[in-house]
Design a protein around this ligand. Structure first.
Ligand SMILES: Nc1ncnc2c1ncn2[C@@H]1O[C@H](COP(=O)(O)OP(=O)(O)OP(=O)(O)O)[C@@H](O)[C@H]1O
Length: 350
């Protein structure tokens, strides 16, 4: 597993004083006996104050279970979670004073109440007095661009507006740590971009710590400093977005050869090299070659040997989606020692 530089693994269940969030050896098993499901298996990570961390993973990876444990909505089988140094399961009320949550589908708001009433409730919970509340609510309405909807009931808002109210209520609590589950789900491009900008602003200008779970890689790439990738209840990568992209940088090439490569040649090449995304059309064949160093030259030799004239070799710039797919595919293939992730974890080349 790749570890984020500068992060401090937590051991023995102690809170890490430097961290806004500290999760150690988290385990959660649902059910029992033959029906038992190990949803989370030994997950540990820290989130530094004033940073944004994204949790990515395929369906069933254990992301929601981790988030729900953090919000104390479920009790883990093992492990400890601290928010601002407070154990969320032993002292949930104290921990909640520091936390705001935005759950998928704006489920953390009261849909029958108006936007302003929702913000009132959450600022009362936050302990703000009457005068502070008025100012805070006006600020939030303006900040999130929903002041014109202040007296509308949440149920009647668009999806994007509901998401904004949901984030505003999380902020009404004056939270230090905001936990978000699929914050941009169902939003149009413009609203999604706006919400991403707002989240980044909260981190950079207000020093808020953000932990967000999303299937939307663009959101994670735009908002987060660091990404944790989970698979099968475990963390399989944990590093800065930049480092994870670097890990796969210049390791893939898009190769275009003249002619439509026949199946026998394709199979021969695939046996020797890691090739993907074959596309035969209009008199040429394109594929991606995941090769490094000497393998690159061997591939050129092999193409020459089968008489395939190379039209173009382009470096493929990986995005987070590519990184994610390759890391989780490698896990599925149970070939961890051959992956760049495993190499990096063992101190190998990056
Ligand atoms: N209440 C429950 N009872 C039994 N099993 C559960 C329960 N909740 C989750 N699971 C199982 O635990 C595993 C992890 O689920 P979890 O919802 O945490 O994954 P996830 O990464 O959030 O997935 P998704 O992206 O689909 O939301 C899955 O195998 C799921 O079926």
């Amino acid at each position: 597993m790749v570890s984020a530089e500068g992060s401090n693994p937590v051991t023995g269940g102690d809170a890490n004083a430097e961290s806004a969030v500290s999760v150690s050896n988290l385990e959660k098993e649902y059910g029992s006996g033959d029906d038992a499901v190990q949803a989370v298996n030994g997950v540990s990570f820290d989130v530094e104050r004033g940073t944004a961390v994204g949790i990515l993973g395929p369906n069933g990876a254990g992301k929601t279970t981790t988030i729900k444990s953090l919000l104390s909505l479920i009790f883990p089988s093992e492990g400890n979670i601290y928010v601002e140094g407070i154990n969320v399961h032993k002292e949930p009320k104290q921990a909640f004073r520091h936390m705001g949550a935005m759950l998928e589908g704006a489920r953390n708001t009261y849909w029958r109440l108006t936007v302003r009433e929702n913000l009132e409730i959450f600022s009362v919970i936050a302990g703000l007095d009457y005068r502070e509340r008025g100012d805070r609510i006006d600020d939030l309405l303006e900040q999130f661009g929903i002041d014109h909807k202040a007296d509308t009931v949440v149920r009647e808002l668009s999806r994007g507006q509901k998401q904004k109210v949901s984030l505003a209520t999380a902020m009404a609590r004056d939270a230090d740590v905001v936990v978000l589950d699929e914050p941009t789900l169902g939003l149009d491009v413009e609203s999604s971009l706006e919400l991403r900008r707002e989240l980044r602003r909260l981190v950079e200008d207000d020093g808020i710590t953000v932990l967000l779970c999303s299937h939307d890689m663009d959101v994670i790439q735009d908002v987060c400093d660091r990404v944790i990738i989970m698979n099968d209840g475990e963390i399989v990568a944990d590093d800065t977005v930049g480092n994870l992209l670097d890990l796969f940088d210049t390791q893939a090439y898009e190769v275009t050869v003249e002619g439509e490569l026949d199946d026998a040649d394709r199979r021969r090449l695939e046996t020797a090299f890691d090739l993907t995304d074959f596309d035969r059309r209009r008199g040429s064949t394109t594929f991606q070659a995941h090769v490094t160093g000497d393998d690159f030259y061997s591939l050129v030799e092999s193409l020459r040997a089968i008489g395939a004239a190379v039209e173009a070799f382009d470096t493929v710039e990986p995005d987070l989606e590519e990184v994610f797919l390759r890391i989780t595919d490698d896990e599925e293939d149970e070939r961890p020692t051959e992956t760049p992730v495993a190499q990096a974890a063992s101190g190998g080349p990056r």
